[in-house]
Design a protein around this ligand. Structure first.
Ligand SMILES: Cc1cc2nc3c(=O)[nH]c(=O)nc-3n(C[C@H](O)[C@H](O)[C@H](O)COP(=O)(O)O)c2cc1C
Length: 223
């Protein structure tokens, strides 16, 4: 009896602390595009090995219209910007000086969502198909998922960092997010491409002030 109680308490603690889900990955739950999308915690074990993912990684720009499942979407978003150390809210991707300027937006056919890493959910900011605004190439407008990384320059305020270097740091931070996605995709049978090109309409569409925010990088994902 004592053993059962101990196991139950350990499981509860793991769930509360946001440690990896221990059950094997399922890959078939459809995403319901509501006001928010509650994402799943990716399992500790899943996908190809790191070496296999590195061997597989390549840029792919042609996707079917098939949307990602909830499991795939959860894995991709968590790979990009998920918290992997709940004790200090640090992410799967590193950040220069730990300042985390990057906001993650997800563009789907049905709408645009912002990732809330603490709650591990996507929160809708716009309804409708704005995918074309998230890039500058035709395939972006039909890609099942475009993740766009927008940097908030204000995190560097008061640090006397030249503007050019701020832009560099934002790009470097975003590159980590994007490469995590590239490798996650390569390790889970998905296709992806890094994108540095974007429509000039991006910031106005998101209602973001260009004096404070800048487009850092994007990644398209599909099958
Ligand atoms: C910073 C950066 C920006 C990129 N921007 C784009 C882009 O806007 N559109 C695109 O189709 N590919 C883009 N790429 C992908 C490159 O074209 C691709 O990595 C390169 O051709 C090498 O091919 P590989 O990734 O298959 O090795 C970008 C890659 C990087 C690293």
């Amino acid at each position: 009896m004592k053993k059962i109680l101990l196991a139950a308490a350990t499981l509860l603690l793991a769930v509360a602390c946001g440690t990896p889900a221990s059950k094997p990955e399922q890959t078939a739950t459809p995403v319901v595009m509501g006001e928010q999308i509650d994402l799943q915690r990716p399992a500790a074990v899943g996908g190809a090995t790191i070496n296999e993912a590195l061997w597989n990684r390549k840029s792919e720009r042609a996707y079917t219209a098939e949307p990602l499942t909830l499991e795939e979407l959860s894995g991709v978003v968590w790979a990009a910007a998920g918290i992997n150390r709940p004790e200090n809210d640090h992410l799967t991707a590193p950040s220069a000086m730990g300042l985390y300027p990057i906001r993650t937006y997800a563009f789907f056919k049905e709408g645009v969502y912002r990732y809330d890493a603490r709650e591990n959910r996507l929160v809708r900011v716009l309804e409708g198909d704005y995918r074309a605004v998230s890039g500058a190439q035709p395939f972006v407008a039909t890609a099942p998922l475009n993740l766009v990384f927008v940097a908030d320059r204000s995190v560097y305020d008061g640090r006397n960092i030249p503007e050019e270097h701020v832009r560099y740091l934002c790009g470097q931070d975003a590159a980590g997010y994007v490469e995590n996605v590239n490798l996650y995709a390569a390790g889970h049978g998905l296709k992806a491409v890094t994108r540095g090109s974007v429509s000039p309409e991006l910031l106005p569409t998101l209602g973001l002030d260009p004096d404070r925010y800048l487009f850092a990088l994007a990644v398209s994902v599909g099958k």
